[in-house]
Design a protein around this ligand. Structure first.
Ligand SMILES: C[S@@+](CC[C@H](N)C(=O)[O-])C[C@H]1O[C@@H](n2cnc3c(N)ncnc32)[C@H](O)[C@@H]1O
Length: 299
């Protein structure tokens, strides 16, 4: 039967259940069509860029990281538990653009295990990841003075605009760090990732890319981040959906980070992603799955 005839029968029908089923399946189809269009658009935008050159020799080797050992470390658990009591006081929400609680914990564990001295974060937003990185650095950095630089196009600590309040957060990122006694080694930069990278002379052991997640931006950020790495450094990506398959029951996918890495690998980059996968604790929507992924050198 013609689609519009079916639609008409459903609209005039008094059968509420039939109507609900129809609307649910219609919405699901619409969502999947939108998802396909978005991924195609991202792919199109990405391939309009010329190829980038990447230098991977500074990256840590893929096979040097054992995730299960990190997740199950009693020593790291004790450090996290103590630090988390202080961080929980800020009552950071799980659903306003900051990394979720489970991902924050995973980031703390990675920092505590890899023990970087200097960290660069792209995408400060409400500072959910920032406070976890700073807390982990303060308890595990071997040398005296760890350093964290966090970059956002928005002035995240603006007293005039108080951007954190729009996201149901009581304190600015800087205020949280002040309260934790960690502000002294954290440097906030209001800039784009690419402009910041172009102008800095600093080098980093750990770079977290959580800014603009479009394929185009991530494809340009990765080579620039590689240029800022110290030997043995790592890059951590957020919103990485392997093969762009949904990770959670809501079916959502952010295609950019995967598409960018896929292109780098297609172009011969000897790199490999290591999705953090299933964690031993909850992340979001009742699942233990995270979209965090390390970006490492293929052996
Ligand atoms: C998903 S949020 C980051 C969440 C944050 N890591 C947290 O846990 O609270 C992304 C942030 O990246 C910033 N951003 C977007 N494009 C950017 C760019 N090109 N350079 C730097 N920051 C960018 C946005 O303003 C936004 O605050």
């Amino acid at each position: 039967m013609h689609f519009f005839s079916i639609l008409l029968i459903i609209v005039i029908s008094k059968d509420k259940k039939m109507k609900m089923n129809f609307y649910d399946s219609f919405n699901a189809r619409l969502r999947s069509v939108k998802k396909i269009i978005r991924a195609q658009k991202e792919r199109y935008d990405l391939y309009r860029l010329g190829s980038v050159q990447i230098e991977t020799e500074k990256l840590k080797l893929f096979n040097s990281i054992e995730l299960s050992k990190i997740y199950n470390s009693k020593e790291i658990y004790d450090l996290w538990k103590k630090s988390n009591i202080a961080m929980e006081k800020f009552d950071l929400p799980n659903d306003t653009g900051g990394v979720n609680r489970g991902d924050r914990r995973a980031i703390f564990y990675l920092i505590a295990s890899l023990k970087p001295q200097s960290v660069l974060e792209i995408g400060t937003h409400i500072g959910a990841s920032t406070v976890n990185i700073a807390s982990a650095l303060s308890v595990t950095s071997k040398r005296n003075k760890p350093k964290l630089t966090t970059v956002d196009i928005v002035d995240v600590n603006s007293i005039e605009h108080k951007p954190w309040q729009k996201f149901r957060v009581k304190n600015s990122p800087k205020e949280m760090l002040d309260a934790l006694g960690l502000a002294a080694f954290v440097n906030f930069e209001t800039n784009t990732s690419l402009d910041y990278a172009k102008n800095t002379k600093k080098k980093f052991d750990f770079i977290f890319l959580d800014g603009d997640h479009s394929a185009r931006s991530v494809y340009q950020e990765i080579p620039v981040a590689l240029g800022l790495l110290q030997p043995g450094g790592v890059i951590l990506l957020h919103d990485f959906f392997p093969k762009n398959i949904p990770l959670w029951s809501n079916g959502s996918v952010i295609p950019g980070p995967f598409l960018a890495v896929e292109r780098i690998i297609k172009e011969g980059g000897n790199v490999q992603s290591l999705p953090l996968g299933k964690l031993p604790w909850r992340t979001k929507l009742g699942s233990n799955v995270t979209s965090l992924a390390l970006f490492l050198r293929r052996p």
